[in-house]
Write a protein that binds this ligand. Structure first.
Ligand SMILES: [Zn+2]
Length: 237
């Protein structure tokens, strides 16, 4: 068997010459940095710092994970338009990027009743259901709130948020809030206030109405940054 080295080299050349653009996101500001797949992440960070005139100590996250500066763009899984989150908070436990989520520590819920006319992407299961936004432009639920039923008793949201898929199109959703159905449940975690992590733990609560789910309304509770968020079913009803 022969290995066509010429062919391989040509392919590699084309691939190496392909340029992509990644976006560095800090608070609400975005900076676009052009790069090649073979470049080191540390070079991108250096260029970002120059462009943003930002010398603050920061952690750089892609998706939920901390970027390793010594890996290449390709090895890190970065693609065109991939978002890199710049986070200046130090000592974040767990090493995952904090996210904005409904401030469930305020514990304000409302009953959402079931309807035969509800779309299929808003199906609720017994226990935990994560509600989020589907950003896929091809999806009929695009920019709408979809519901991801969680079929286990406990979820660590920050760690597992990459595994929450739109029930309609299966792309990753942006989690926003939670609802519970026919269970006794508990919520705890760490929210970030004035740049510091603050542990919170809600009293156990119950969603025991057969015809409705208990929904943590973003409008009632507001939004906050969380670095840890655990939803746990204590008992199914
Ligand atoms: Zn979708």
């Amino acid at each position: 068997m022969f290995n066509n080295k010429n062919k391989k080299n040509t392919d590699k050349k084309e691939y190496d010459e392909e340029m992509i653009m990644v976006q560095f996101i800090k608070s609400n500001e975005k900076k676009f940095i052009k790069c090649f797949f073979y470049e080191k992440v540390s070079d991108l960070i250096r260029r970002y710092r120059i462009k943003a005139e930002d010398n603050e100590n920061a952690n750089f996250f892609f998706s939920t994970r901390l970027l390793n500066p010594s890996l290449t763009v390709f090895e890190s899984g970065l693609l065109n338009n991939s978002p890199i989150y710049v986070n200046t908070l130090s000592n974040i436990s767990g090493g995952y990027c904090p996210i904005n989520f409904t401030d469930v520590s305020k514990n304000k819920t409302k009953e959402i009743y079931f309807s035969k006319n509800a779309p299929s992407y808003r199906g609720v299961t017994k226990g935990i259901n994560i509600c989020g936004i589907c950003k896929c432009k091809m999806c009929k639920a695009c920019k709408k709130e979809v519901v991801v039923p969680i079929k286990k008793k406990k979820i660590n949201l920050i760690k597992e948020r990459d595994e929450l898929f739109c029930p309609e199109c299966e792309s990753i959703i942006i989690p926003k809030t939670v609802c519970f159905y026919m269970c006794k449940f508990k919520i705890y975690g760490k929210k970030i206030k004035n740049g510091k992590e603050q542990y919170f733990e809600n009293e156990p609560d119950e969603a025991s109405n057969e015809n409705s789910a208990k929904y943590f309304d973003p409008e009632l509770n507001g939004e906050i940054m969380v670095s840890e968020l655990i939803f746990e079913v204590l008992k199914y009803l």
